[in-house]
Design a protein around this ligand. Structure first.
Ligand SMILES: NC(=O)c1ccc[n+]([C@@H]2O[C@H](COP(=O)([O-])OP(=O)(O)OC[C@H]3O[C@@H](n4cnc5c(N)ncnc54)[C@H](OP(=O)(O)O)[C@@H]3O)[C@@H](O)[C@H]2O)c1
Length: 346
């Protein structure tokens, strides 16, 4: 089966995914009968292009890494902007991986709506649209009988939504706690080892895991958006990002971290969501937790999520030292779910 792919946003995540697709090409053909052709790519400053014959994705990744326009790709037809790409493209699955916008998640929400309205399946790693418009977008996808998957929005390719939806039927998530922002956790744990805040942030940026605007990591926005996504998707909440009580890591000093360590504690940025008599309360706060606990022992870019459920008690998931390749895997696993839904196995 051939699936035609399109990309809105072609940065760290989409480029890593392109390389996975190239590396797994014959495996996907052999094991899944899947032949992939990329016919559309849109970026902000590096061109918006269509192709009837299909782009060489590795070449596209190289051009984008060199800061060159995608209009240099063979057989590329330039198009004015991302919405024009979505309107004109011949694509079965669209990957929306534009930058996070914590104010209103635009224009990503409009990209996703335009694609679903054209009958295109959508995969996103962008948590903004899920935090601001989960119900609206899933309703639109259902109305158009199209898939809308977003596993990569929280803990990259680690199954969080798939785990609950597919492996924990009839189980209710009552509350959760977790370390959800890799950049902040990397900075805190590198500072525990004597590195400066700035050097640790540079490491996160060079590994492609920091947000384009790293303030979103440092000031707790990314973790807050993820906490809203988890609350609305897993707990049936109606939360809005503005209602999260949020604290970033900007003011944590090496001295604070060392003092905590002397009493067997770690300072970590912890996201929590819990049901109260007034509804669901969501917080992203710095907490001192026992260094040997599930939350306190998570180091580097690692993430952890502890789900408190009614039928299964507490379930913990750890993602150990992820990079952008793990987000690329999320896009692949969502693509294979679409493959399964388009043509279920016999
Ligand atoms: N990096 C990670 O480890 C990771 C993990 C999980 C989730 N995510 C999420 O995945 C998304 C992408 O992350 P990334 O690291 O790949 O970001 P990135 O490297 O900054 O790339 C973003 C891409 O989006 C394009 N873009 C920005 N605004 C656009 C617009 N209005 N229309 C069309 N294209 C636009 C940019 O264009 P230009 O190339 O012209 O700048 C760039 O190609 C973000 O929402 C992020 O939160 C990232």
């Amino acid at each position: 089966m051939e699936l035609k792919l399109g990309f809105i946003g072609f940065g760290n995540v989409a480029r890593a995914f392109s390389r996975v697709l190239a590396e797994r090409r014959s495996f996907l053909s052999r094991e899944y009968g899947l032949e992939l052709k990329t016919t559309a790519i849109a970026t902000s400053n590096h061109g918006c292009v269509l192709s009837a014959t299909g782009f060489d994705l590795v070449k596209a990744a190289e051009l984008s890494e060199q800061g060159l326009s995608l209009t240099n790709l063979t057989d590329s037809l330039p198009v004015p902007d991302p919405l024009a790409v979505i309107e004109r493209c011949d694509v079965d699955v669209l990957f929306e991986t534009t930058t996070l916008n914590v104010v209103d998640a635009q224009p990503a929400i409009n990209h996703i709506k335009a694609a679903l309205n054209r009958g295109i399946h959508v995969v996103t790693a962008n948590k903004g649209p899920i935090a601001f418009a989960f119900n609206e977008l899933t309703t639109l996808a259902a109305k158009n009988n199209r898939c809308f998957f977003f596993e990569g929005t929280v803990m990259d390719g680690t199954p969080v939504f798939n785990l609950v939806e597919r492996c924990l039927p009839a189980t209710r998530v009552l509350e959760f706690s977790g370390i959800l922002n890799s950049t902040s956790n990397l900075i805190l744990t590198r500072m525990e080892s004597g590195l400066s805040f700035e050097d640790a942030l540079s490491e996160a940026q060079s590994r492609g895991i920091a947000e384009a605007n790293a303030d979103y990591d440092i000031d707790g926005w990314d973790a807050a958006m993820k906490a809203v996504v988890l609350t609305n998707v897993l707990m049936g909440g109606q939360a809005h990002p503005s209602q999260v009580t949020r604290q970033g890591i900007r003011n944590v000093t090496a001295r604070d971290l060392n003092e905590a360590a002397r009493s067997g504690k770690s300072i970590r940025q912890i996201a929590r969501s819990a049901r109260t008599s007034e509804g669901i309360e969501i917080t992203v706060l710095l907490e001192e937790v026992p260094a040997a606990s599930a939350l306190g022992s998570v180091r580097g870019t690692s993430n952890v999520l502890l789900l408190e459920t009614d039928l299964m008690g507490e379930i913990g998931i750890v993602e150990n030292d992820p990079g952008v390749e793990q987000t690329a895997y999320a896009l692949l696993s969502d693509l294979l779910r679409i493959r399964e839904s388009v043509a279920p196995p016999d």
